[in-house]
Design a protein around this ligand. Structure first.
Ligand code: ADP
Ligand code: MG
Length: 598
């Protein structure tokens, strides 16, 4: 008897849907991208219960014919490419023809759509891939798609949705990624009848202001300077925050050829340009747009991936860094930037393409971002702005007077004592340093784990009695992805059954009893934070291990232990706050202490 048969379409679609539509945010992305591909000038998004109950997208785009409306929900039905060649000259966000088929497989979809040339529109209702209604209707030009009860027939997925708050944040993030590259299209975003965003058509800068600024004040983007560079390889433009306006939580966005992308290596280029200009726990916000020949990048073939590979990342790193530095050097009132040192800054090598030659780059040194300012906010740009900067022969001329901060103590010799089983107090020149012992140790360990991950030099401690780690199917997949790094850091892991691993050894710093919860925490953090790249999941691994290995509150420390923690803490490039923004070190200046006696 033959046993192979073809799956019915509805089942095939449901399986594929898992890949394209993972959460309400991915559904929203697909719908809004379709509206933009259809040439919409106005897009309304209406959401209920963070997308669980309703996700509706209304556009004024080109609409669909009766026939196309029906075809649109078939797998691999697309109007955007006809043959493989077309893939190389894509002008649209979508092209795979899978999104609508996937969405209707896992939700109840109602759509009305009408083209300009048609008298009547089409109404179509599909529940879990079954067409339950199709009829002519009267409706405005454009398309209106309502997706209700997402994952109603995939209880596992529904169960894995996070709290409404988290899913709403995901929705908004996905929305930002799109609206920031389509400033000429107007958007609204309504959640549970509340208008969260109202974005009129405008320039990129106005769009950024509308999304992140305080709508009443219009000041957000004045905290930024423009960057702009044109080279043969790449054109870069955008906005980077002035150092004095950096914040603890930054908005950092890269876009390439009209799409959002993540690029940790280029992020590093921007951070390098700011080096020495930001306080310890401050981050620069930036919105940077790249234009590059399509053949120089690996197109974002997978719909859910936001990473993009460039052919020549090291050169772009340099161009980007130079461009940011130049903008900051010219226009910020921040401490001096010494351009002579530029050549000596070490450019880290990206993970891929280690052997690329660096062609000459040509950065336009005469570019003056302020020349474009008037055009952006004609009514607000001061006419004689140049005079504002006259007499400033250099940033060194500016004395910024802030109250004196206590010095960094010398950890080898200074006095220190533990307080309340929780803090380490260190008197220093100019004040008192208060250190949170658990956070300090966690930060130190995190850095150590990250380094060991990079150098493959984790120290292992054999377990007398192996532990068994049991995992649900989706975490097994994650686990396989993390396995090489977990081994590098000191875990001795073997797969036991299709859904379990045995653990025979653990990182030396870790206490035996906390192994299983620690691994579960790491896996769920990796999933929750969408850590898709090695850089990101290594951070989660290092963070998770550090959290559980760090000395707890209440533990008494010997002087040697305290000194060891303080010494290693103060060596970290950023020791005042944890990577998650928690305060590790609080400084009490002499002045502040003095004030208590006045
Ligand atoms: P893709 O976008 O990859 O082509 P989709 O499944 O997202 O695949 O959409 C299938 C087709 O349905 C599109 O190619 C387009 O022709 C049509 N379509 C989808 N959404 C809209 C819309 N909002 N307005 C007009 N046409 C649309
Ligand atoms: Mg699409």
């Amino acid at each position: 008897m033959d046993i192979i048969h073809l799956l019915p379409d509805s089942v095939a679609n449901q399986i594929a849907a898992g890949e394209v539509i993972q959460r309400p945010a991915s559904c929203l992305k697909e719908l809004v991208e379709n509206s933009l591909d259809a040439g919409a000038t106005r897009v309304q998004v209406i959401v209920r219960d963070a997308g669980r109950t309703l996700l509706q997208v209304i556009d004024d785009g080109m609409g669909m014919s009766e026939m196309d409306a029906r075809l649109a929900f078939e797998r691999h039905a697309t109007s955007k490419i006809r043959e493989a060649q077309d893939l190389f000259s894509l002008r649209t966000m979508g092209f795979r023809g899978e999104a609508l088929a996937s969405i209707c497989a896992v939700a109840q979809v109602e759509m009305t759509t009408r083209r300009k040339e048609d008298e009547t529109g089409t109404l179509l209702e599909i529940h879990g891939s079954d067409v339950v209604r199709q009829e002519p209707c009267s409706c405005p030009i454009g398309t209106n798609i309502k997706v209700s009860n997402l994952f109603f027939n995939v209880p596992v997925r529904r169960k894995f949705l996070k709290t409404d708050q988290t899913e709403l944040r995901n929705l908004l993030n996905e929305f930002y990624h799109i609206v920031l590259v389509y400033p000429k299209v107007s958007f609204t975003f309504v959640h549970n009848d509340e208008i969260l965003l109202e974005l009129p058509a405008g320039t990129e800068k106005q769009r950024i202001e509308a999304v992140f600024g305080n709508p009443k004040k219009n000041v957000y983007t004045s905290a930024f300077v423009d960057i702009k560079t044109d080279t043969e390889l790449v054109s870069i433009h955008g906005f980077v925050v002035k150092p004095e306006n950096a914040t603890r939580k930054a908005e950092q966005y890269f876009f390439v050829n009209g799409r959002y992308m993540r690029h940790p290596y280029f992020t590093k280029a921007v951070l390098t340009a700011y080096s020495g200009m930001l306080g310890n726990d401050y981050q620069p916000s930036f919105f940077i747009y790249f234009d590059i020949a399509p053949e120089a990048i690996d197109v974002n073939i997978h719909p859910t991936k936001t990473e993009i590979k460039f052919a020549d990342e090291q050169t772009i790193f340099q161009i980007l860094m130079a461009s940011v530095r130049e903008a900051l050097g010219k226009f910020s009132l921040a401490p001096t930037i010494d351009f002579d040192t530029q050549g000596s800054i070490e450019i880290p090598v990206p993970q891929t393409n280690r052997s690329v030659n660096r062609p000459q780059m040509s950065v336009d040194p005469n570019y003056n971002p302020f020349h474009t300012r008037g055009a952006i906010y004609p009514d607000r740009a001061p006419k004689n702005w140049e005079s504002l900067y006259e007499g400033l022969s250099g940033p060194r001329d500016l004395e910024i007077s802030t109250p004196r901060e206590p010095d960094i103590p010398d950890a080898e010799s200074c006095a220190m004592w533990q307080y309340g089983g929780k803090y380490i107090f260190v008197p220093t020149e100019g004040g008192l340093m208060l250190i949170n012992q658990h956070r300090a140790h966690a930060a130190v360990l995190r850095a150590q784990f990250l380094e060991q991950l990079g150098t493959n030099q984790g120290a292992m401690q054999q377990l007398l009695f192996p532990e068994i780690l049991e995992l649900p199917q989706d975490e097994m997949v994650l686990m396989t992805q993390l396995l090489p790094d977990l081994r590098a850091i000191g875990f001795d892991l073997e797969q036991l059954t299709p859904n379990s691993f045995s653990i025979q050894g653990i990182p030396a710093q870790l206490a035996n009893q906390s192994v299983l919860p620690t691994l579960h925490t790491i896996l769920s953090q990796v999933r929750e934070r969408g850590a898709n790249t090695q850089v990101e999941w290594r951070e989660q691994i290092a963070q998770g291990l550090a959290e559980s290995a760090a000395i707890p509150y209440g533990q008494t420390l010997t002087e040697t232990e305290m000194r060891d923690i303080v010494r290693r803490l103060l060596q970290l490039p950023s020791y005042r706050r944890s990577s998650e923004g928690k305060i590790i070190v609080s400084l009490l200046s002499d002045e502040e202490i003095g004030k208590r006696f006045m």
